[in-house]
Write a protein that binds this ligand. Structure first.
Ligand code: PEP
Length: 256
């Protein structure tokens, strides 16, 4: 693990109503030994549970993220949720560009870019997701895809402090499939992203930026993945829905 403070974030997707949300947060808080100095812990519940999660996590080390936001701050955009609304209820982070949103909800590099802009403008820390599909990997296009997603996602956005910016490398073929990237594959992609980030934003920015790995992380593979020099934690889907697994990943992955 590098000197960058690791982050373990749980993406709950469309799981957990308000009661389940409160119960799961209570269980995580009870189990986790971390005091917050060695590792940041974030959970991203669905929208209707977010305010409940903020309330339940109050006074604990758990921070609450949204799973998406809209790029405008207000207006006639039926069904959308804005940055100021998330900020008002106490969210600290927002997941942007998750592959499921790219796949099912027409998210593009351009909309991801606008959403990252909205998150920075509203002082919400973006967890910027990117990653290649299996077809792209098999065609040898992984690095081109990552380079394009990173550059277009960040296009014309000013980020003052890299501590308030998080990238999640999530190879699409590893999400929810039980297929994990090998530590070598993941490290190679993370090192590439950090090098590209240095080209775009300078060495110091790149060195300070946390890059999380996501894709079928579990307690029994967390240590070898998060032990790689350029992997600064994990974005966890399925295994974040059980306190014992989520806390197991935190313990195995960060050594606390
Ligand atoms: C995710 O949805 O971001 C994810 C990594 O899912 P899973 O851990 O289930 O593969």
């Amino acid at each position: 693990m590098s000197e960058r403070k690791p982050i373990v974030a749980g993406n709950w997707k469309m799981h957990n109503n308000t009661v389940e949300t409160r119960n799961l947060i209570r269980e995580i808080v009870k189990k986790v030994k971390n005091s917050g100095e060695q590792c940041e812990i974030i959970v991203a519940p669905p929208f209707t549970s977010t305010a409940h999660a903020v309330e339940e996590a109050k006074g604990s080390i758990i921070q609450i993220s949204a799973q998406d936001l809209f790029w405008e701050d207000k207006g006639a955009f039926t069904g959308e949720i804005s940055g100021p609304m998330l900020k008002e209820i106490g969210c600290s982070h927002v997941v942007i560009g998750h592959s499921e949103r790219r796949q099912y909800f027409c998210e593009t590099d351009e909309t991801v870019n606008k959403k990252i802009g909205a998150s920075i403008r509203n002082r919400l820390i973006p967890i910027f997701c990117l990653g290649e599909t299996l077809t792209e990997r098999e065609a040898g296009a992984t690095f081109n895809v990552l380079k394009r997603q990173l550059a277009q996602g960040l296009n014309a956005i000013e980020i003052q402090n890299p501590v308030n910016f998080v990238i999640a490398y999530e190879p699409v073929w590893a999400i929810g499939t039980g297929k994990t990237a090998s530590p070598e594959q993941a490290q190679e992609a993370h090192a590439f992203l950090r090098k590209e980030l240095a080209n775009l934003r300078g060495e110091s920015f790149a060195v300070q930026t946390r890059i999380l790995y996501g894709g079928s992380v579990k307690p029994d593979n967390a240590r070898e993945l998060m032990g790689c020099p350029d992997i600064d934690g994990g974005l966890i889907g399925g295994a974040s829905l059980k306190a014992v697994d989520f806390v197991g990943i935190i313990e195995q992955g960060t050594g606390i």
